[in-house]
Ligand binder design. Structure first.
Ligand code: NAG
Ligand code: NAG
Ligand code: NAG
Ligand code: NAG
Ligand code: NAG
Ligand code: NAG
Ligand code: NAG
Ligand code: NAG
Ligand code: NAG
Length: 402
């Protein structure tokens, strides 16, 4: 989402269940559910420490020392913002957390509580703030965040719900944060350092969390031209909440924590014109890969409908499973039973299952401090190669069930 991705290097570290129909240009199949396991590792990233001369050509940014993350789903266990790119109409959005949920077990799983909700048709917005990059332009940061106007792309002076039936066009984006305001910008405060003057809110946190959507992605009606970066390539994705508060599309990689691996997960993303009707799911974290821009992409896709309304989302469970699904049974209720959700997730028949795990990375974060000099565990490489990973598990099985 951040860089145009290079081809073919993605590791197929995922599990795919629920074959439907269709085959991609390179023989990759269509699914209704895409699952990653062993998600989460101990690692570091460098948050932005300062943004200088933001409005002039001398614009520059500095990062601070390494901050550690670890545990199940890390770094996606941190607070995240939710991003949308057209062509897309958002009908419903909900964010849930659960004290414990495992996609492989009902007996040990607890129910889900809805902590944020948006419904376009009834204009209900609970714990949501719609933002878009419609503010002042900066040579190194790009446009500043503002409250989104009801049309999704204009700027508003206060928090506004996107109007029902609003169509984002190709390249147009908005995002959702919670409605909890950030404290002042500081490396020592809850939201870290962020760009001056923006409406700054916390993202959606929790190790065990779920995001669900009802949306449409109609075919773009404008004609294609080189002025588009993402022509007819809709997407819904998650970013570490700090990224857009400093800069989502910086010209200098130190102007956001993205390049150091603070976290992105693409839930539904159309990647290129050849496969514009296929949604891929991708981790852009350093869990066993060298090239963050390529990421760890599932070797299968969920079909995009260009006519109907789609319902689906992503579950990050308490056992390191990340499950992306598309199902008309997707629920948006205030509370969802563990059995109900696992029922929806098991509703897909498994004519093919392709499975492996994300790499296990052996490193231990220091227990006393989030900033560490204990880099002897990692050997620094050049450029994007931040870790030489110790891959303890490279199990690879391919099972076909007929
Ligand atoms: C599995 O699902 C696909 C598409 O949803 C369907 O075409 C196929 O008949 C199903 N197979 C079985 C055994 O139910
Ligand atoms: C945030 O959203 C919640 C849930 O709708 C609401 O109760 C609360 O008043 C909102 N807070 C602010 C500051 O708008
Ligand atoms: C979107 O809303 C803004 C602010 O209300 C307005 O200035 C802008 O013209 C609108 N854009 C479109 C395409 O209607
Ligand atoms: C709003 O979302 C935040 C972010 O995850 C959460 O901590 C908070 O409890 C939510 N507020 C309500 C009223 O549910
Ligand atoms: C980013 O910051 C690091 C550490 O301070 C520095 O080594 C690097 O050159 C900077 N990168 C850019 C593109 O300025
Ligand atoms: C389009 O994207 C898919 C998924 O990443 C990839 O497998 C395919 O090679 C890409 N095709 C082209 C023409 O870039
Ligand atoms: C749009 O044009 C670009 C080249 O400018 C091309 O790569 C892309 O595949 C085209 N998209 C479609 C859907 O034809
Ligand atoms: C899901 O609902 C949409 C919109 O109502 C419909 O177009 C689509 O066929 C349904 N899909 C299935 C598998 O029933
Ligand atoms: C959980 O319960 C639901 C509803 O009874 C069922 O459909 C599903 O298969 C169960 N899942 C697991 C993992 O036991």
């Amino acid at each position: 989402m951040f860089f145009k991705k290079s081809l073919g290097l993605g590791l197929a570290l995922c599990q795919l269940i629920g074959k439907s129909s269709g085959t991609g240009s390179d023989g990759v199949q269509a699914y209704e559910k895409v699952q990653f396991s062993n998600v989460g590792f101990a690692g570091t990233y460098t948050p932005v420490k300062s943004l200088k001369n933001v409005d002039s050509s001398k614009c520059s940014c500095e990062v601070s020392g390494d901050v550690w993350f670890s545990g199940t789903n890390a770094p996606m266990s941190s607070g995240v913002s939710v991003h949308f790119r057209g062509p897309l109409k958002l009908h419903q959005f909900a964010y849930y957390t659960s004290s414990n949920f495992d996609v492989t077990s009902n007996s040990t799983s607890e129910s889900w509580s809805r902590l944020a909700y948006y419904d376009a048709s009834s204009q209900v917005g609970e714990n949501v703030t719609f933002l878009t990059a419609a503010g002042d332009d900066s040579p190194c940061l790009g446009k500043a965040l503002t409250y989104a106007a009801s049309n999704g792309t204009g700027s508003a002076s206060s928090s506004t719900l996107i109007a029902s039936d609003t169509l984002l066009k190709s390249d147009e984006e908005f995002m959702i944060y919670s409605n909890i305001s950030c404290p002042s910008s500081s490396t020592k405060k809850g939201c870290g350092v962020y760009r001056k003057g923006i409406p700054a809110f916390y993202g959606f946190d929790g190790e065990t969390k779920m995001f669900v959507f009802e949306f449409e992605t109609p075919t773009e009606t404008q004609s294609n031209s080189s002025s588009f970066s993402y022509y007819d390539l809709p997407a819904i994705w998650l970013l570490n909440e700090q990224i857009a508060r400093t800069s989502q599309y910086p010209t200098n990689s130190n102007c956001s924590c993205w390049a150091s691996g603070c976290g992105e997960f693409d839930i539904f993303e159309a990647m290129n014109g050849t496969e514009k009707n296929n949604f891929y799911s991708t981790f852009h974290t350093f869990q066993g890969i060298e090239y963050l821009g390529t990421g760890i992409q599932a070797d299968g896709y969920i079909p995009r409908s260009t006519s109907g309304t789609m319902k689906g989302g992503v579950v990050f469970d308490s056992s390191g499973n990340t499950v992306v699904f598309m199902s008309n049974n997707t629920a948006f209720d205030l509370s969802i039973d563990a059995g109900t959700l696992n029922g929806i997730l098991s509703d897909f028949n498994s004519s093919a299952s392709y499975q492996t795990k994300l790499a296990t990375i052996s490193a231990t974060a220091p227990s006393t401090t989030s900033k560490s000099n204990a880099l002897s565990i990692f050997e620094r490489g050049h450029g994007l190669l931040r870790y030489y990973v110790f891959i303890a598990v490279t199990t690879f099985t391919q099972v076909f069930l007929f």
